[in-house]
Design a binder for this molecule. Structure first.
Ligand code: GDP
Length: 445
């Protein structure tokens, strides 16, 4: 979702680099463009004003002007400011008190609340918790049925709510049943409305009073941009929420909500929804998102995702191989196969530092259908060829094409794509990806 902003900022930094040393004048010019890029990404104007002034204050200090690599330092400052803007380190859910600890999900209709309740239950179970789901939206006819269905899909216990029960009673009875089930977290999917109104707020306050939840999370739709920010502020004023879950971050929202919520509503984003599937919920990491916006990719998220879909050992191997430039054609094939489990190849590439905004790689074929072709072509290679692609000459290419039922052009294209990827990985490693992974700082630009 940050593609546009990311592309723009990268262009600005390229121009800054061309200038050699930074002067007050070119910082001003650069920041003017950063300001435009943030406004175009739908970041609230007051937030833009503040961040630009903070960046300027820190950039025009002696620290930067006397530096040998001023552009790097400006990018580092912007990275740190973006991270702070989004709330710094994510403390995750607040789970205090006796089991089952109640967590309330609130939000407007259509924001993705019911889906998120099930996603959160699945997320917590993966972390070793025993969640219990409570459908407390008795107004939208299908809401109870929807959550019950989702809960059954993932085998999480769910309360048998009825539309003629009053909501605080549902919550209290659900808590008793959860206790019997030895659940340790109670996730309550409350009613939504099309707009914020008194009736809704009264009901939510009643639930809050009845259960004293340990955390109240607002589920807001990232696609609604600044509306999501206003909604967060309104819910927080009445309910004192603990944080926000921003859904539909996989869509083409421009990112303004993610960048403005903490600053305007004062509450952090704790999770993001990145798809309709129940495993599409991630902890929100401001530092990683800031790096992603600045084209630094998101190796840690990639590794985490890979760990979930693959296993820890294989993920560690991926990291090691990327770092050591030992990324053979066999690895390439294996990663393709693993990637299909994780998501689309375009998504994964965005997460690797340097690949996200790499112009060359934008031309790399990322058609999902190509996966199968890549697999059969690599399968037709000998062990030696997979290890040392440089030995694959014209006659070998012909043999591989014949063996895989493809054409020499297709074999050539695969090798060209592979070469581009390893070139970028090599370059990244040379410029300090190791350091980046360790410190999550911006040394590698
Ligand atoms: P509720 O009215 O707030 O309970 O919203 P629902 O849970 O019924 O979700 C509304 C729609 O948004 C459904 O079609 C969901 O599949 C979809 N949705 C929820 N979260 C996400 C997300 O993170 N990404 C995408 N693409 N769709 C989502």
């Amino acid at each position: 979702m940050f593609d546009n902003l990311s592309d723009k900022l990268n262009l600005i930094f390229k121009n800054l680099k061309g200038e050699g040393k930074l002067t007050e004048k070119n910082i001003e010019l650069g920041l003017k463009e950063v300001r435009m890029a943030l406004l175009e990404a739908d970041v609230h104007y007051s937030v833009v004003k503040k961040i630009i002034s903070d960046i300027k204050k820190r950039s025009i200090g002696k620290e930067v002007l006397s530096s040998l690599t001023p552009a790097q330092q400006v990018i580092k400052i912007i990275n740190e400011e973006l991270t702070t803007l989004m709330g710094g380190a994510n403390k995750g859910l607040t789970l205090n008190g006796p089991s089952p600890v109640p967590i309330m999900l609130v939000g407007l209709q259509g924001s993705g609340k019911t889906t998120t309740a099930a996603k959160l239950a699945l997320f917590l179970r993966k972390k070793g918790k025993k969640p219990y789901l409570v459908p407390a939206d008795i107004y939208r006819p299908a809401a109870i049925e929807q959550l019950t269905k989702l809960a059954n899909q993932i085998d999480i216990p769910v309360f048998f709510s009825k539309t003629n029960m009053d909501v605080p009673t549902i919550c209290k009875e659900a808590r008793l049943d959860a206790q019997k089930n030895e659940a340790d977290v109670l996730i309550i999917d409350t009613a939504g409305r099309l707009h914020i109104n008194n009736e809704l707020m009264k009901e939510l306050i009643n639930i809050k009073t009845a259960l004293s939840p340990s955390d109240i999370l607002l589920v807001a739709d990232a696609m609604t941009g600044q509306d999501a920010v206003n909604i967060a502020k309104a819910f927080d004023d009445l309910l004192d929420i603990g944080g926000v879950i921003l859904t539909k971050m996989d869509g083409d929202a421009r990112g303004g909500a993610a960048l403005s919520i903490k600053s305007i509503a004062g509450k952090p984003i704790k999770f993001i929804g990145v798809g309709e599937k129940l495993n599409a919920l991630e902890l929100f990491h401001p530092d990683r998102i800031a790096s992603r916006i600045l084209g630094m990719g998101d190796v840690l998220s990639l590794i985490e995702k890979a760990e979930e879909a693959i296993d820890k050992k294989k993920a560690a191997e991926l990291e090691k191989r990327l770092r050591k430039n030992r990324f053979t054609l066999e690895d390439f094939k294996n990663q393709m196969l693993q990637i299909r489990k994780i998501g689309s190849i375009a998504d994964i590439m965005k997460m690797i530092p340097g690949l996200g905004n790499n112009k060359k790689l934008k031309n790399v074929e990322v058609d999902e259908k190509e996966f199968i072709k890549i697999e059969v072509i690599i399968n037709s290679m000998t062990k030696e060829e997979k290890k040392r692609h440089t030995i694959i000459n014209g006659s070998r290419r012909k043999r591989i094409a014949k063996g895989s039922g493809t054409s020499v052009q297709e074999v050539n294209r695969l090798l060209k794509n592979y070469n581009q990827i390893i070139d970028v990985i090599k370059k990244m490693n040379k410029t300090g990806m190791k350091k980046f992974i360790k410190s999550k700082m911006l040394h590698s630009i």
